[in-house]
Design a protein around this ligand. Structure first.
Ligand SMILES: [Zn+2]
Length: 417
C-alpha cells in the first residue's frame, strides 16, 4: 500500500479507443548544458516520430497534435531553467479526449520514455510506488524523538516529538545548561530525575510513533542513533511495531550540519534501507510465487498462464521483471489478452485480434484496474526462467470461475478494459 495506489488504479482504468493516451517519463536532473539539451531533444524527437504515425487528415491527429504540443510546452518550461528542478523524475499522462492531464514530479528519476497507446503505460510508476514504500525515520533523543516521514523517496513530514515534562526538569537536562554550577548534593537526585525524565519521554515518543504508524499502513520503521538509544527506544515499542523495523542506522555525521544536509541524509538513509529491504522482499516474493505455481496453489508463472489469469480477473498480485518485453494480442470484441503468436481469432469469442506491442503494460494496467497489485522486480534468474512474469491469484472460490464456467464473460464489453 502506498499513496500512489489510488492514482495507479485511476489511471489503469483509463483507455482510449480514438486519440491515444500519451505517457511520458523523464529524468529531468541535469548537471550541465549538454544533459539539459539531451532531455529537450529526446522529447522533441519522440514527438516527431509519434506524429509521423498519424499523417495529416487522420481523425485522431488534431487532438493528439494539441496534446503533444502541450507536453512540449510543459517540458520547455522545465528545460528553460538553468537549474535542474528539485524533483528529478517527471511522469506525465495526457489525452484530450479523456480530459486527462496529469503531470507528477518525484525525487527519483525515470528511464526516458514517451509513448502513445490505448492505455497509459504505468510500469515505471508502479515500480516507483513499490520500490519506495513509505518509511518513518525515528531519531530518539533525551527529550523524545525527531521523526521524519519519507514517502516515494522524498521527505514528506518532519516533526519533533517531545515528552510531557515539567519545565524545571526539562531545563535541568537542556544540554546547554551549566551543570558544573550545580550543588554536589543535588547530583544524585538529578541523575535519578534524568533517568525518569528520559524514560517518560521515550514512552511518550513511542506512543506517538505508534499512532503515526497506525495512520500509515505499510510504512517501514527506520531507527537512527547509538546502539544503546535505539535499543532502548525499540524496547518501548509494542512487539508488532518492532516487527516493522527494517534498519537500525548510526547517526550520520552530516546530521550535525545544516538542516538541508540533515534532511538529505534522512532521505538517503531511509531510501537505502527501504531499497535493501525491497531487494530481499523481491527475492522472497519470487520464491513464494514459483513455489505456489509448482505445487498448483494460488500462483501461476509464464506469460500464457498469467494472461489467462488476467483475462479471468483472478490476479491478486502481478509480478513482472523490469525488462519484460513481449508482444501479444488483444481481442477487438471481448478485449481478452493473449500471449501466443499466430492466433487468428479470439479463442474466447471468435473476435478479431490486434497486436499489442507491449504486453507487459497491458498486463500491468489490467491487473491494477481489477484492484490487483503490481510488483516490478529486478531481473531475477528464478523468474526469468519463466519468461519474466508470474502472478499470485485470488482465492478462486470467490468468483467460481476456475473450470466451472466459461473462462471469459461472453457478453462483449462486460469486462474491465
Ligand atoms: Zn474475444
Amino acid at each position: 500500500m502506498t499513496e500512489l495506489d489510488g492514482t495507479l488504479t485511476d489511471l489503469a482504468r483509463m483507455r482510449s479507443v480514438g486519440e491515444p493516451i500519451v505517457s511520458l517519463y523523464l529524468d529531468v536532473h541535469w548537471a550541465d548544458e549538454q544533459q539539459r539539451e539531451r532531455v529537450r531533444l529526446f522529447v522533441h524527437e519522440r514527438v516527431r516520430q509519434t506524429l509521423a504515425h498519424y499523417p495529416p487528415g487522420t481523425p485522431d491527429r488534431p487532438a493528439l497534435d494539441r496534446t503533444l504540443h502541450r507536453v512540449l510546452d510543459h517540458v520547455a518550461r522545465l528545460t528553460s531553467q538553468e537549474e535542474a528542478p528539485e524533483k528529478h523524475g517527471l511522469a506525465l499522462f495526457a489525452c484530450e479526449a479523456l480530459a486527462l492531464w496529469r503531470p507528477m514530479s518525484f525525487r527519483r528519476t525515470f528511464t526516458p520514455e514517451l509513448c502513445t497507446d490505448g492505455i497509459p503505460h504505468l510500469t515505471q510508476l508502479a515500480r516507483l510506488a513499490d520500490d519506495f514504500e513509505p518509511a518513518v525515520v525515528v531519531v530518539p533523543n533525551q527529550a523524545g524523538a525527531d521523526v521524519y516521514e519519507v514517502r516515494l523517496g522524498d521527505l514528506a513530514v518532519e516533526s519533533s516529538l517531545r515528552g510531557f515534562v515539567p519545565r524545571r526538569e526539562k531545563d535541568t537536562f537542556d544540554p546547554g545548561a551549566a551543570r558544573p554550577g550545580q550543588h554536589f548534593e543535588r547530583q544524585e537526585k538529578d541523575a535519578r530525575h534524568q533517568d525518569t525524565f528520559i524514560r517518560k519521554n521515550r514512552r511518550a515518543a513511542a506512543e506517538e510513533v505508534q499512532a503515526l504508524l497506525a495512520r500509515t499502513p505499510g510504512a517501514h520503521l527506520v531507527l537512527v542513533g547509538t546502539a544503546g538509544n535505539v535499543a532502548a527506544f525499540e524496547r518501548a515499542l509494542p512487539e508488532r511495531l518492532r516487527a516493522r523495523v527494517i534498519a537500525r542506522l548510526p547517526r550520520p555525521r552530516e546530521w550535525e550540519s545544516a538542516d538541508g544536509a540533515r534532511r538529505d541524509g534522512v532521505v538517503a538513509g531511509a531510501a537505502e534501507a527501504v531499497a535493501v529491504h525491497e531487494r530481499e522482499a523481491e527475492r522472497r516474493v519470487i520464491e513464494a510465487l514459483v513455489g505456489e505455481a509448482l505445487r498448483g496453489g494460488l500462483g501461476v508463472v509464464g506469460p500464457e498462464d498469467v494472461v489467462q489469469a488476467v483475462n479471468e480477473g483472478r490476479v491478486h498480485r502481478l509480478v513482472l521483471e523490469e525488462d519484460f518485453q513481449r508482444a501479444g494480442w488483444q481481442c477487438d470484441r471481448c478485449t481478452a489478452l493473449g500471449a501466443s503468436h499466430g492466433a487468428d481469432l479470439c479463442p474466447y469469442c471468435g473476435g478479431d485480434l490486434h497486436t499489442v506491442q507491449q504486453l507487459g503494460e497491458a498486463l500491468v494496467a489490467r491487473a491494477l484496474a481489477g484492484g490487483g497489485e503490481v510488483e516490478v522486480v529486478a531481473h531475477a534468474n528464478r523468474l526469468h526462467g519463466y519468461r519474466g512474469v508470474g502472478a499470485f491469484l485470488r482465492q478462486t472460490a470467490a468468483t467460481g470461475l476456475r473450470g466451472a464456467s466459461p473462462p471469459w464473460p461472453t457478453a462483449p464489453g462486460a469486462s474491465q478494459p
